[in-house]
Design a protein around this ligand. Sequence first.
Ligand SMILES: Cc1cc2nc3c(=O)[nH]c(=O)nc-3n(C[C@H](O)[C@H](O)[C@H](O)COP(=O)(O)O)c2cc1C
Length: 152
Amino acid sequence: MDLAARAFKATINRSAIRRPVEEEIERTLSRARRLNRLNNVTGAILLFPEHIVKWIEGEPAGIADTFECASRDERVKEIQVLGDGAISRRLFQASWMFYRDCRTDVPPGIPDFLRRETDEGVKPEFSVLLETMQRVAAGLDGAYITRAALMI
Ligand SMILES: Cc1cc2nc3c(=O)[nH]c(=O)nc-3n(C[C@H](O)[C@H](O)[C@H](O)COP(=O)(O)O)c2cc1C
């Protein structure tokens, strides 16, 4: 089975956020995880103050569906694909969407082009994106077994 991954970032469209932020995050994560289960897509979302970075992995058709679904959501705008590539194994195999809150503390090893909201034209090598997300995956907290059981 061909496994692929896509990394992208998007600006948060605050005018389309209608609920308290924490409630919106919980709701978005649970909905995304349900949809990703159907598409057999795993991955991670990094939440920064004004933007998000997403890594989605799975079969190419599932990736395409998931990206299209997220791109249509009015709560995000200025979506920028950072890179696409083939992967030999899933980095977040136990997570329909692993969530990392980077609004106040950013895990070590996150490059500037991911921390910054916009970065016109910066197209990192896919290998750099892969290494970065491997570091995020490696940093999954000690509650990994619980996460794996809950697939979150
Ligand atoms: C920050 C964010 C992340 C999202 N991630 C995913 C995702 O991983 N998979 C997916 O299928 N859709 C994703 N979406 C799209 C929503 O799941 C989709 O628009 C859904 O229909 C929203 O339903 P709701 O308005 O009832 O929450 C995302 C949307 C936002 C805003």
